[in-house]
Design a protein around this ligand. Structure first.
Ligand code: SF4
Length: 88
């Protein structure tokens, strides 16, 4: 797992703040998959996201709050940065 300044569980499952998180497919997954080291693959996390019923909500939240680390809504950190640069 990469070293980040965030708590994975807190990021993923703050249901009070993000009610859609109650339906997240990643609730049953290994959180480390979503916060890999730079040399680790994000493929497994992205696959889980693609089957997630709240993918759109998660992606919108991650982009609007500019979450820096992790895979959210089937998007990697790099993909989110690219989208945000284009929309700036
Ligand atoms: S889209 Fe991915 S990161 Fe977001 S809640 Fe679903 S499984 Fe978790």
């Amino acid at each position: 797992m990469t070293t980040t300044a965030v708590s994975t569980e807190a990021m993923l499952f703050e249901v009070d703040e993000r009610p859609w998180a109650a339906y997240a497919s990643c609730r049953e997954a290994d959180p480390d998959l979503f916060f890999p080291s730079p040399d680790e693959s994000t493929d497994a996390a992205v696959r889980i996201c693609r089957g997630c019923p709240v993918l759109e909500e998660c992606r919108d939240w991650a982009l609007s709050t500019r979450v820096r680390y992790g895979v959210w809504g089937a998007m990697t950190e790099r993909e989110r940065r690219r989208v945000l640069r284009r929309s700036a």
